[in-house]
Design a protein around this ligand. Sequence first.
Ligand code: SF4
Ligand code: SF4
Length: 464
Amino acid sequence: MAMATVTGAKAKEVAGSSADARKWIYPKLIKGKLYRYRSIVSYFLLGLLFAGPVVKINDEPLILLNVLERKFVFFGVVFLPQDFYLFAFALLSLMVFIVLFTVVLGRVWCGWACPQTIFMEMVFRKIEYWIEGDAQQQRKLNAAPLSPEKVFKKTLKHTIFVAISFLIANVFLSYIIGLEALLKIVFEPVVEHISGFISITVFTALFYLVFARLREIVCTTICPYGRLQEVLLDRSTLVVAYDYERGEPRGHITKFEIAPLGDCVDCGLCVQVCPTGIDIRQGTQMECINCTACIDACDMVMEKTNRPTRLIGFKSEEQIVAKIPFKLNKRVYAYAAILLILFGTLVTLLVRRSDIEARVLRAAGTLYQLRDDGTVSNLYNIELVNKTPGTMSFEIKLPEKDAKIQYINRATDIAKGESVKLTFFIIRPRASIKKYKSDIGLNITSEGKIISKTETTFIAPPNL
Ligand code: SF4
Ligand code: SF4
């Protein structure tokens, strides 16, 4: 779907993204059905966001993205650097999912699930309405000269904004370093956690800047996902759209109708409620975050004027032109199939992921040792990583009957998330060796069950 070209200029005029003057947007508060649904979704997602680092499963947080220590936790399952292939595959699947999701459902993520929009519209904007009043009152307050009332309202608002930005900064940091590390930064002397203290301060300032000043510019100019819309959307994508076939020619309701008009009464309410300051009647625009506020606004006008609702609604360009209901086309089924394959593979990889990671190598600089008792040995180093949520006891067993292990150093337990390194000989009777270099298997067992299988090479002069 071609993005309306007028909108670039219009957006600059309205949202003020031009370098010279930014026109501040005062979106009018409108409480329709979709706004109520959006509020419920937002509070649920906010609950999830705050629960992520706090709720524990297997003594691990729900989600942890510790890039510093390369430790990731999802729903209590720990992923270590050894699981990088899983992480990369999950990331790839997510990217494909986002692209396909956008091709079919447009920018609905931005309006309904993006943390930026949720915090902006459901937290910061609501506080602004509560302290300074609706759009008209905010405009008046900003234009008014300095007064005790203005100073009080502005100070109160910005103090609350800073406090919430501080809270978000803490939550954000707890996703990276974990809740326990964060609490230490908060409660222990600052001098002991200088870098942590600086991080919280910088993040607080950043979030305050985003929500108090930048606002819609993040969605219309900075966010790369927003800029991708131009290439992802087409004529069959469901987006928030104005049904120009039904709405045009627009015009105010008058007693004396000179020419037949469309359903748009040109009240401008859809523009007044838009948080990015655009006029959706000019066509699909990159600045539209699909927040659906204009749908609520227009539905309200349609109901008041006894016209069918959804003059603005979730529609595709094809639907508007052909006047047919939306139906899933072959393309959507094809996308769904690709996604199903990707997620199926991911689930299989997750299920098959072993509890222990074993990496075995023959000791560097050694070949084989011929022993007096007619056996031959090779020296190995093995590193075992425990990926389970508890301490694990283990044993290394050789499936080959006449082979045995002689340890140089040994361990039988590995703590959660830790690794151990062992050195040992594998000893085989020389009579059984048929090749100079052969593969030999190792089974790692725990409580009598094989939890991982690995393989290495064994070198010895063949007994021909
Ligand atoms: S045009 Fe409508 S859906 Fe798009 S951002 Fe504005 S109010 Fe939200
Ligand atoms: S709210 Fe509806 S009727 Fe009013 S200007 Fe927008 S599209 Fe037209």
